[in-house]
Design a protein. Structure first.
Length: 102
C-alpha cells in the first residue's frame, strides 16, 4: 500500500503548477476586464456576453449572435476607454460570435 499524500487545496495545486497558475491569472484578468465593461452594455446583453482570454493588449468578447456582435462593435471605443481608465489598456478589442453548442 502506498503512503497517502496530504490533501492540498485547489489554490495550492494551481500555485504549484505553472500552467494552471498562468491559466488562473488569465481567467482573473479576463474577469476583471469583463467587470469593467459589463455596466456599459445594454441590460439585455449583460448576461449573454462572455469574455475570452486576454492576449497582451488584445482581448476578445464573445457575443451570442450577429446582432449582439454588431452592437458590441459600436460600443468598442467606449469599452476600450473604460478599460484604459480602469488600468486594463486594450489596444485591440476583438468581437466574435460564439459558436452554438450542439
Amino acid at each position: 500500500m502506498s503512503p497517502t499524500r496530504p490533501a492540498i487545496s485547489l489554490q495550492q495545486a494551481v500555485a504549484e503548477a505553472p500552467t494552471l497558475a498562468h491559466l488562473s491569472r488569465l481567467a482573473a484578468e479576463s474577469a476583471a476586464r469583463l467587470a469593467v465593461v459589463r455596466p456599459l452594455l445594454p441590460p439585455a446583453l449583460r448576461p449573454l456576453v462572455q469574455a475570452g482570454a486576454p492576449e497582451g493588449e488584445a482581448w476578445t468578447l464573445l457575443a451570442p449572435h450577429n446582432a449582439a456582435a454588431a452592437k458590441l462593435r459600436q460600443l468598442a471605443p467606449a469599452l476600450q476607454a473604460a478599460l484604459a481608465v480602469a488600468g486594463h489598456p486594450v489596444r485591440t478589442l476583438r468581437i466574435k460570435v460564439a459558436q452554438a453548442r450542439r
